[in-house]
Design a binder for this molecule. Structure first.
Ligand SMILES: [Zn+2]
Length: 108
């Protein structure tokens, strides 16, 4: 593993842990709603950086880039934030939850 791969892999892991911790600790639903898509997007870009630094061939990246973008889109679309308790409510990839699993409030 060369230094570029270690850089992107370490950056991806550190960023994923840090963004997860920030979203876990900061209970404000508006903050979570605003920053979750950006955290997810940057995590996906860093993941692609790991692949590029590992020397993945271009034809594989042509498949992986839309796959990562689709995963990001489905994650952002299916994740909701409870306005009452601030919980992160994850749905299935093709559906959005309507009620909070922690307090039962209707989601906006
Ligand atoms: Zn709730």
């Amino acid at each position: 593993m060369d230094h570029r791969t270690r850089f992107f892999l370490g950056g991806w892991l550190a960023f994923s842990i840090a963004s997860g911790a920030i979203l876990f600790l900061k209970k404000d639903p508006a903050f979570r709603r605003r920053f979750h898509p950006w955290f997810s997007l940057l995590s996906g870009v860093l993941f692609l950086g790991v692949m590029v630094s590992m020397g993945w061939p271009l034809r594989d990246l042509v498949v992986m880039i839309p796959a990562v973008a689709l995963i990001w889109l489905l994650s952002v679309r299916s994740t909701r934030f409870c306005p009452s308790c601030g919980s992160i409510v994850g749905g299935r990839p093709f559906s959005r939850p309507n009620y909070c699993q922690d307090c039962g409030s209707r989601l906006e």
